[in-house]
Every structure is written in structure tokens, then in C-alpha cells.
Design a protein around this ligand. Structure first.
Ligand code: MG
Length: 203
């Protein structure tokens, strides 16, 4: 099982970090050890002083495929969940400055938080999914799938040119603006269309 993450898929977030708008999907991988056992708190790793939350809609691949045409991409997923792409922003900035890969900043243990439950796509309007993240009692991130630069289908088609997709693979589809730092004692809640799907306590 692999975890593929899309970077800079929402204009407002690309702008808040001062990044260029991509002309094709930018993606990177996390190892499967980035997913923690269910119900586990997230421990801030000692190698970073700036761990950021990024709430993202997550597509679960349901069928193996390679070189998937965009018009058939919908056949390769049935469910959407929500996750947090935890990022060591200080390390990432350093990697970016030095032209190095991001894995150290993106793939550490616990960096891929994922909802237990996924929602069948038939009960969602894929081009109009609201999602959000509340930190303690404050709404920090609010997004809608209609604002994605690259759609779920486009992302799947694009990635499958490079990597064979397998049933069970997860694709984190990018974060809207409002990313920020977590501190010990924080509690994060993530919602799809107003329904709480994921809660993470920071230790
Ligand atoms: Mg992200």
C-alpha cells in the first residue's frame, strides 16, 4: 500500500506559502509507517519546531490500474475520506531552499493521519465537497473540492502514468489555505460536509 500526496492543489494555499501555481500535479510519497495505529495521539517529533497541519480529502483506490485514462478514472475509486498531511515546515523550507526532496519533512511516523471511516462517493457530489479543520475551538481551514486545481480523476490519471495504482492506495489531494502550527495539548477535528470524521490529539 502506498500513500501519494498532491502538493499545491488549491490556489489560496499555494499563494499563502509563496509557491508558483503548478501546471501539472506535483506529487510525493509517504511510507505506510506514516499511518499510526487507530486512536493513537500524535507526538510532535523532536527534530522539528514547526509541525503544520494540512487537512486534505483522501481518495482510496479500489482497483489496480496503470495508464488510466481520465475518463475512466472514476472506476478506480469508490470512497473519499479525510486526512491530515502533517508537515515539518521548517525542514521542508530547508529542503526547498537546497533543492532537496521533501520526504524527511513529509514522511515521518504519524505524518499521514487518516479517518477511520470513508464515505461512498455515490452519496457525495464530488465537485462540491465541503471540508474543514477545527483546531481547539477555532475554524482554521475550510475548503471545497470545486477549488481543486486538478480534479480527483485528473490526479489519478496523471499519477498512473508513472506508478501502478493498487487497491488500497491512498491519495491525499491537497490542502486549502489556513495551514498552521500544532502545539502539545492541541486537539484537531476534521469534517466532511459538516460531519466529524477524524480527531487527533497532539502530545
Ligand atoms: Mg499537503
Amino acid at each position: 500500500m502506498k500513500i501519494i500526496c498532491i502538493g499545491r492543489n488549491y490556489l489560496d494555499h499555494a499563494k499563502e506559502l509563496g509557491n508558483k501555481i503548478p501546471t501539472s500535479p506535483l506529487f510525493f510519497l509517504k511510507p505506510d509507517t506514516a499511518i499510526q495505529p487507530k486512536g493513537h495521539p500524535f507526538f510532535i517529533p523532536d527534530f522539528s519546531n514547526n509541525i503544520h497541519f494540512e487537512v486534505e480529502l483522501v481518495v482510496k483506490i479500489s482497483k489496480n490500474g496503470k495508464n488510466i485514462d481520465e475518463k475512466f478514472a472514476h472506476k478506480y475509486y469508490d470512497e473519499i475520506g479525510i486526512g491530515i498531511d502533517f508537515t515539518a515546515r521548517d525542514i521542508q523550507e530547508d529542503c526547498k531552499k537546497n533543492g532537496l526532496p521533501w520526504e524527511k519533512a513529509k514522511g515521518f511516523d504519524g505524518s499521514a493521519q487518516i479517518s477511520n471511516e470513508f464515505i461512498n462517493k455515490k452519496s457525495l457530489k464530488l465537485e462540491d465537497i465541503n471540508f474543514s479543520l477545527i483546531l481547539n475551538n477555532s475554524l482554521m481551514q475550510k475548503g471545497n473540492s470545486k477549488n481543486m486545481i486538478f480534479s480527483f480523476d485528473h490526479i489519478i490519471s496523471y499519477i498512473s502514468k508513472y506508478y501502478t495504482l493498487r487497491a488500497g492506495d491512498l491519495i491525499y489531494t491537497g490542502t486549502p489555505s489556513g495551514v498552521g502550527k500544532v502545539e502539545i495539548g492541541d486537539s484537531l477535528s476534521c469534517f466532511i460536509n459538516g460531519r466529524e470524521m477524524l480527531k487527533v490529539n497532539i502530545k
